[in-house]
Ligand binder design. Structure first.
Ligand code: SAH
Length: 393
């Protein structure tokens, strides 16, 4: 008998440019499988320290990115194109919609591209230096619905600016602010120094765990707000504050975690290296009427060494370092201060376990840990962890 070939199931490609973009390495993996793989990876890493709570995934793991960027250019016939750079190159791949980006943001980018011709605005050409529009950046407030459009231009003068704003708002009345940013350098940075608000307030607001945050074109803000709420929610659950504690929020960025913790704490001390982030953090504190928080611009390690030598008393250290993890100056000072609880939020499980090893040797033990999936469809390593670490009695 002749062997019959199994019919090949044709799956519709979820994204036509996935290969060229390279952002979603897991585009073809069912979401359940992605979660299982991430959980397995961190479970193995965390084996020597503690058991894990089940990974927290997304119910709707699509269109979660609240920050969307498109680069503009021209095809050979001088038609405007917008999209992404092909991975590792400066060739623009045209993109109209993306599986993980906010859909309204994608639609606005397509509309902007459509308006260019009638306003005689040419996209910037990286090779010749001709043209005006280099990039469009869109940031959206998940809870507030506010939308910011940033037009990144190669030179400061935008012809018929007011009419362009009118035409864009007619198509998208949901836009709440439009900012022109000037970037005339040949650099891989998207945004330049100079900014001019041409419509609205120049920033948007969003709400995270009941607090309102101001987001400017350059502010750092987590890109997956749905999962960020779950992540911070877990951090607070693990901290189990009673209203009396002195809390350090280290690597605090724009102050999000510390501000969310502030109404359950006695006082909060935030420390962050980046001057702009500290400025935003102070604005955010005012915005939310939070009075029991103070932000310091400093290296977290140096700052904690000073706190330790001054004999400071701290009840809980919340820490959320960058991918490189923390350092010995910071960790040894934490040990010297000796808070009963540390809540470690990590975006890199590999440096997390390195730091846990240090703390374990110095009399701390990991009590609870939970992975949170922040970037569905991208790849294995994009998973965050929250750990509760306690001092052994
Ligand atoms: N907790 C914030 C930001 C976390 S990202 C949030 O969730 O939004 C990590 C932060 O650590 C960044 O803001 C970065 O600027 C800051 N950082 C990096 N190295 C640092 C250092 N040595 N000392 C203090 N902050 C540092």
């Amino acid at each position: 008998m002749q062997k019959q070939e199994k019919p090949v199931k044709r799956v519709q490609a979820p994204c036509p440019v996935a290969e060229k973009c390279g952002g979603c390495k897991w585009i073809h993996k069912p979401y359940k499988e992605q979660l299982a793989l991430k959980e397995k990876w961190v479970r193995e890493l965390m084996e020597p320290y503690c058991k894990l709570e089940p990974i927290i995934g997304m119910e709707e793991p699509k269109h979660y990115r609240n920050k969307v960027h498109a680069v503009f250019g021209e095809d050979r016939k001088h038609n405007a194109i917008s999209g992404i750079y092909q991975e590792g190159t400066h060739t623009i791949v045209s993109v109209d919609s993306c599986l993980i980006e906010d859909q309204k943001a994608d639609a606005i980018i397509v509309s902007i591209r459509g308006l260019l011709k009638s306003f005689k605005i040419r996209p910037y050409n990286e090779d010749t230096g001709y043209g005006l529009l280099r990039h469009v950046l869109i940031r959206t407030g998940h809870v507030t619905g506010q939308i910011m459009v940033v037009l990144v231009l190669g030179s400061p003068v935008m012809p018929s600016k007011n009419n362009f704003v009118k035409a864009l708002l007619k198509l998208h009345p949901e836009i709440t602010t439009i900012v022109v940013n000037v970037n005339n350098r040949s650099t891989s940075m998207i945004l330049g120094e100079k900014e001019q608000v041409i419509y609205g307030k120049g920033y948007i607001e969003d709400v995270l765990c009941g607090n309102t945050f101001r987001i400017s074109p350059k502010s750092f803000y987590q890109v997956n707000p749905v999962q960020t709420e779950k992540l911070y929610g877990k951090a607070l659950e693990f901290a189990a504050l009673t209203g009396k504690e002195t809390v350090v929020d280290a690597y605090c960025g724009t102050g999000t975690i510390g501000l969310i913790a502030s109404d359950k704490a006695g006082k909060v001390i935030g420390v962050e290296l980046n001057q702009d982030a500290v400025k935003d953090a102070r604005i955010n504190a005012k915005y939310n009427g939070v009075k029991n928080i103070q932000f310091y611009q400093n290296d977290a390690g140096k700052f904690l060494v000073e706190m330790a030598s001054a004999g400071a008393k701290v009840d809980v250290v919340l820490m959320d370092p960058p991918r490189a993890g923390s350092d010995e100056a910071f960790l040894s000072s934490v040990v010297q201060i000796g808070p009963p609880k540390i809540v470690y939020i990590s975006c890199n499980p590999q440096t997390l376990v390195r730091d846990l090893e240090y703390l374990k040797k110095k009399g701390y033990q990991v009590k609870k840990a939970v992975p949170v999936d922040m970037f569905p469809y991208t790849d294995l390593k994009h998973v965050e962890m929250v750990c509760l670490i306690e001092k052994k009695r």
